[in-house]
Each structure stands twice: as C-alpha cells, then as structure tokens.
Design a protein around this ligand. Structure first.
Ligand code: FEO
Length: 407
C-alpha cells in the first residue's frame, strides 16, 4: 500500500490489522482495524504516531513511508499523541533507525516512553496549547485530552489545513482498503463505520465517557476541517458527523441511550430459554427495537456495543450454585468495568433448589444506577404463569424505556 495524500504535504500511512487478531489481546475484530500514522511536511518533517510491532506490519509501514518518499532517518520530529502499544510497540526499533529524532509528547507520556521503550533522549514535554513550527506554513499545536484513551493522551492540530490528529478519539474498527475518506463512502459503508465506531467506543473508550465530553468541549474553539484519527476512516467532508456520534455515545453513560432494548440471555437446560420468545414478543408489542444476544455463544465485545446503545436491558440468567450463571457474571462484570450505567432493567431466570442470582446481580450493579422492575424467578420448569409474566413484564419495561427516553 502507498501513503495516502490527505492534503498538500500531509499523508496518512494506514496499516491494517486483520480480523484473526484480538485487539488489546481480548476484543474480537471481525472486520479488522487500521492503525493510521500521519506525516506532515513543512521545511521539517513530522511523523504523528506510529504502529504496533506485529505480523510484519512495520515493513508495510516502511513501504508506505518510502512511497512519499521518506525513510525513518528523514523524520525530524516524532509526535506521540498516545503511548498505548498499538501505536508505539515498534518505536524502539524505529528509534534505532533514527536515534537523534526529536520526540514531542506530554509529561505523562514521557514517563511511559521510558518504561515501555527505554527512551529518554531528545524528549520535549508539551503542554496544552504549545506549538511546533515545521516551517513552510505548517504549524502543529498540541491539546491535552487526558483519558481518551489513557491519562497521557493529547491531540495534535495542524493549523493551515485544519486537520485534527485525534489518535484514538473518533476512531473505529474496520480496515481501510482503497477507501480512506468519508466522502468516498457509500451510505452502507458510512453506516458500517459509524457502527464500527460504536463497537470500538463501547470496547475501548466507554469507561472514559466523561473525559470524551470534556475533550470535545475543549476542542470546540478549533476550526476543525478534517478529523484524522489513528483508527478508521478520515472525516474530511463532514467531520461533525463523527464528533456528534462520539458526543452521543458519551452521553449514554450519564443519561438515556436509545429507545431500544437489548436482551442478553443464557440457559443451562432450557428452562430460562423457554421465556425468551415471549420476552422479545412483549418488547416488540410496545414498538421498540430489540437486540438479542445469547451467552456464552457471543463475545462480550459485540454485546457491549448493543447494551451501551440501549436504554433498556433484559437479562435472562439462571442461578448457578447460589450465584449468577458464570458466563453472564463475566458479561455483567465487564458492563461494570465499562460503566454501562443508567439503564432500565428486567431479569428473568430459573433456579434449581435455591435462588441467589438476583442477590449477586443487585450487589454487582449497586453503583451502576440501574433501575430494576420486579424480576421473574421460578424454581424448575417455567409454567404458564412465568410465560405470561414474560410478556407483561417486558411490556412494562418497554414502557419505562419509552418514558425515560422521552424526557
Ligand atoms: Fe489505539 Fe488506546 O490505543
């Protein structure tokens, strides 16, 4: 692949990680992900962010650099927006090729540069609003945006072009193959990248939603013409589309999400499963979209995106040895970690000789601002009583969700 010209003197160097890899060692990527670096050429040349040292990817990066044409030793400045290894694990080897490169990053990033890469020379700490003049009309300014996605994170803005190099923020899953800009996308491809942005957000960024809102407010004074993230498509026709999407995703943590319900269910011997059809029917009868996920068949990475976007959750889960069914406990603990907060919730589930799942669920979700309606619990096989309750309680939850989202 060749470097992609963004505008005069500015290039994107996208390298795709394929779908067989797990992001952060745990998140499935059915559509892969791109890791984008950028070159900005004035009289001096800056490289913004780097790549992960996996599966021959550095060779692809160097081939793209060569297409400009540049070699690692030709780079004057390395701008590190974010130290997570998907952007920096190749840095020690890159640094061997250009040991005199001047590195610009935040103070917290400098600490991580030392601990991850052992690099301490030619390091320049930048503060919010600092600038670096590359000559030739290209001036980079730096904005600290902590916790999008790590505490050391900043963004870089190129003033003459209005390009914001946002690193993880405004990123998405999905590889780049011949299409790099939002104005090249069909409606279907546009929806694909917005959906991949949601899944990426729910997996990677959601815990830091208050910081996303703060960061977006912080950047509101900039005349942003293009959003150039380090994952996914470049937004040059309508950068506000991805800014608005991220604002909306962030708002789901502290208030109502969409008027939709996500049903997540698990069953040991089919007794809890028996209510699922009626649950779905009840939600649909109230006119709400419903998304159904079975655990452990589906990975929590996909379930998270659906749950993050839905104002209502229905959890089908039997009691297992006095506690929650373990595969559901894993999903729900991830919801706690990722701050899936402020939901309207119903739980249904069977037990053998004793309940206990609801008690553990109440304890786990104590600080998650979930509002439960009465659960449907029974011992052994479900009867017509539980089947009827599945309809009436899911309808009741759907009505609550509609009221909540109408506020
Ligand atoms: Fe793309 Fe937080 O790293």
């Amino acid at each position: 692949m060749k470097a992609v010209l963004v505008t005069d003197g500015i290039y994107c160097l996208p390298v795709n990680l394929e779908s067989y890899q797990l992001f952060e060692g745990m998140w499935p990527m059915p559509n892969g992900i791109s890791i984008n670096s950028y070159v900005v050429q004035g009289e001096k040349t800056a490289l913004i962010d780097l790549i992960e040292d996996v599966s021959g990817k550095p060779a692809e990066f160097e081939a793209e650099l060569e297409s400009i044409p540049l070699e690692p030793k030709d780079i004057d400045y390395l701008i590190i927006n974010h130290m997570e290894p998907d952007h920096t694990s190749w840095l020690p080897k890159f640094h061997e090729k250009n040991p005199d490169i001047e590195i610009y990053l935040t103070a917290k990033a400098a600490g991580l540069l030392k601990s991850f890469c052992g690099i301490e020379n030619n390091v320049h700490i930048v503060k919010d609003g600092d600038t670096l003049d590359l000559g030739g009309g290209k001036i980079l300014s730096f904005y600290e945006t902590p916790n999008i996605h790590w505490p050391e994170t900043m963004m870089t803005f190129e003033e003459s072009s209005g390009i914001l190099f946002s690193c993880d923020a405004f990123g998405s899953y999905g590889t780049l193959n011949g299409v790099y800009f939002d104005d090249q996308l069909s409606t279907q491809q546009h929806d694909f990248f917005i959906n991949e942005a949601l899944r990426y957000y729910a997996n990677i960024v959601s815990s830091f939603s208050t910081f996303v809102t703060k960061g977006i407010n912080r950047l509101s004074g900039l005349d942003i013409k293009t959003i150039a993230p380090s994952h996914g498509i470049i937004w040059r026709e309508n950068p506000q589309a991805i800014i608005d999407s991220y604002s909306r995703f962030a708002s789901y943590m502290s208030g109502p999400a969409e008027a939709e319900i996500t049903v997540i269910w698990s069953s040991m011997y089919g007794n809890t499963e028996k209510l699922v059809n009626n649950i779905v029917q009840g939600v649909r009868s109230e006119g709400l979209p419903v998304h159904v996920h079975r655990v452990p068949d589906e990975h929590v990475g996909a379930i998270l995106a659906s749950a993050w976007k839905s104002a209502g959750l229905i959890l089908g889960m039997p009691t297992y040895e006095y506690e929650m069914f373990p595969p559901m406990a894993w999903v729900l603990d991830m919801f706690r970690r990722k701050k899936v907060w402020n939901k309207k919730v119903l739980r249904f589930g069977s037990a053998g000789w004793s309940g206990g799942a609801q008690r553990e669920l109440d304890s786990l979700t104590e600080k998650m601002k979930w509002e439960f309606i009465d659960p449907i619990e029974w011992k052994g096989a479900a009867t017509q009583v539980e089947l009827d309750l599945a309809i009436s309680q899911s309808q009741a939850l759907a009505r609550q969700v509609k009221e909540y989202c109408a506020q």
